[in-house]
Design a protein around this ligand. Structure first.
Ligand SMILES: C[S@@+](CC[C@H](N)C(=O)[O-])C[C@H]1O[C@@H](n2cnc3c(N)ncnc32)[C@H](O)[C@@H]1O
Length: 285
């Protein structure tokens, strides 16, 4: 779940876990699971741990550490807490509108298009791209690699399922992003869910990949890494920017979230910022 300003305001809990306790918790998590959160934004880690204390009715960090030491598998619950996976179909519709109008024409000259969606959460961003590429006649020659560190969201993404209750909002996003078809025609519905048509899932490969310690695995024409870097500290952001740069072909496109930027990174001069409003960068050297 993504943290909003409202959510932060609603946490009625003013206990701050001491820094040494947070470090110990992260090190217990690393020992049990292999996930390293040392370079995540500490403010987010702090808030997620505070929420966990409230949910479990624990009074302080010592109780949480005790739980972790007695029941090491409990660490996986905290890993899931740190994976904030809010997403949406055609999230930030103006971004997708820009992508459709300005990036798609440049992709037409490629004989095959490889896209990486890094930090794909439950798949909505990859589904949106799949629909967009289908409408633009590029779907048959594309492969979308959609990855996340969280195995649970990857399993969910593979199903192609979305809650029916969200379809109204997603339909609005779709039209605002420049979509002109019947949005519901891409889905079949059953009970309270809708399912993306198998054809639109076929060219998406969902798999596990951890931006902290996994390597580049291909050279891409387009990389989406949106609303992921905001959860990292400066050092981890730099590491991920290296990885994204190494994974993007010359002339390729990098898309970041609305609150993320390439400015002040060591790769800034290797890209042009295509738009002053949308975070889409083209690699020029
Ligand atoms: C807020 S969601 C963004 C989803 C989507 N990109 C979007 O903008 O709608 C952030 C996602 O990044 C994933 N994530 C966080 N740390 C990661 C890491 N080290 N490697 C890969 N994915 C990570 C989380 O599990 C979560 O699913």
């Amino acid at each position: 779940m993504e943290e909003t300003e409202l959510e932060r305001a609603e946490v009625p809990f003013h206990y701050e876990l001491p820094q040494e306790a947070v470090s110990l918790i992260l090190s217990e998590i690393y020992t049990t699971t292999g996930y390293n959160f040392q370079d995540y934004a500490m403010a987010t880690i702090q808030r997620r741990l505070q929420r966990r204390l409230i949910t479990e009715r624990m009074a302080n960090a010592a109780e949480l550490i005790d739980r972790l030491q007695k029941f090491p598998q409990y660490a996986y619950k905290l890993v899931a807490d740190f994976s904030i996976n809010v997403t949406a179909m055609f999230r930030d519709p103006q971004f997708f509108n820009y992508f459709r109008n300005e990036v798609i024409p440049e992709l037409r000259k490629e004989s095959f298009i490889r896209v990486w969606v890094a930090g794909c959460a439950t798949g909505e961003e990859a589904y949106s791209l799949s629909i967009l590429l289908q409408e633009e006649g590029l779907y048959e020659r594309c492969r979308i690699y959609a990855t996340d560190m969280n195995e649970g969201v990857i399993a969910q993404a593979k199903t192609g399922a979305l809650p029916l209750s969200k379809m109204q909002a997603y339909t609005r996003n779709y039209f605002a992003s420049g979509g002109k078809e019947q949005f519901h025609s891409y889905f079949s519905s059953k009970d309270e869910q809708v399912y993306l048509h198998a054809k639109l899932l076929r060219n998406i490969v969902f798999s596990h990949h951890n931006l902290v310690d996994d390597r580049s695995f291909n050279e891409f024409h387009v990389i989406f890494c949106r609303n992921v870097l905001i959860y990292f500290n400066h050092r981890l952001q730099e590491h991920v920017h290296d990885l994204l740069y190494d994974s993007l072909g010359l002339g390729g496109f990098l898309a970041l979230g609305s609150r993320e930027s390439l400015r002040f990174t060591k790769h800034a001069s290797q890209f042009i910022n295509m738009s002053s409003l949308q975070k889409i960068y083209k690699r020029i050297n």
